[in-house]
Design a protein around this ligand. Structure first.
Ligand code: HPA
Length: 259
């Protein structure tokens, strides 16, 4: 089964699906995400809106563990995520799509592991699934790599922070990519993200940043994004043959810690 985690502005993926079944999954992490189940291109899909439809959790309050746990529980093996991002490079413009290959984590306050009761060090050298990334790259006209910088938010960044992220090799800045990608790897699920650039990052753009600008681009590009996801699913590899799904080999983990 393929999971889709829809970010800001992406709640419409189910519009073209028939026979959508909704399931609420009770999790040990305090929230019970609602998942939409349907078929696309003959694959079983489980869709979850990251910010929880109707709740609108801000990035630092999203229950990332509940979302990933629920997808794992329902049988998802591969995740396609979408994220709205600011661009750190002039050449990558609002409206562009980027498939990150690595990240820098500047989050501070999030529950970022399933393993609080024992020591599990998961390898995250290559945090995004190469096979899903390849499917995404075949699916449309997009930037095929980038380093995603994740901030805690919900505020936007200072000019000095953006300069630092550029110096460190960042390509994009967002608030929702981490710990999601890490949690997926911790439970041996394949995960990759298609990022939609909604704005130039602070100080690159001469204008004051507003969330309206983010929503405006998401609205404008949402059909393109849904098209990209559709094509990605067509090119998606079979479920079982990927190193992401063996991430815990040797770690002696039978099940995740439930709080
Ligand atoms: N910064 C952080 N997160 C974002 C941005 C940004 O400029 N745009 C969309 N999400």
């Amino acid at each position: 089964m393929i999971g889709i985690i829809g970010g800001t502005g992406v709640y419409e993926i189910t519009d073209q699906a028939h026979d959508v079944e909704k399931k609420v999954l009770k999790t040990p992490y305090g929230d019970s995400p609602e998942i939409s189940l349907f078929k696309l291109h003959d694959r079983d899909i489980a869709f979850i809106p990251r910010h929880a439809e109707g709740h609108d959790y801000p990035p630092h309050m999203i229950n990332y563990r509940a979302n990933i746990w629920a997808l794992k529980k329902i049988g998802v093996k591969q995740i396609i995520a979408t994220n709205a991002v600011g661009s750190l490079q002039k050449s990558i413009q609002p409206g562009d799509f980027v498939i990150p290959h690595d990240f820098l984590d500047f989050t501070k306050l999030r529950s970022s592991t399933f393993y609080d009761k024992r020591t599990v060090h998961v390898d995250i050298t290559n945090p995004y699934c190469d096979k899903i990334r390849k499917a995404m790259i075949s699916a449309g006209d997009l930037v095929d790599q980038g380093v995603y910088v994740c901030t805690e938010g919900p505020r936007f960044e200072t000019a000095a922070e953006i300069k630092m992220f550029q110096t460190l090799g960042g390509t994009l800045v967002g608030m929702t990519g981490i710990p999601e990608a890490v949690l997926a790897r911790e439970v041996e699920m394949c995960y990759a993200s298609v990022c939609l650039v909604s704005n130039y990052a602070a100080s690159i753009s001469p204008d004051k940043l507003t969330i309206d600008e983010v929503f405006e681009i998401m609205e404008k590009q949402k059909h393109e994004l849904v098209k990209l996801i559709n094509h990605t699913i067509e090119f998606m590899p079979s479920e079982n043959d990927c190193s992401c799904q063996k991430a815990l080999e040797g770690a002696e983990v039978d099940e995740i810690d439930e709080v």
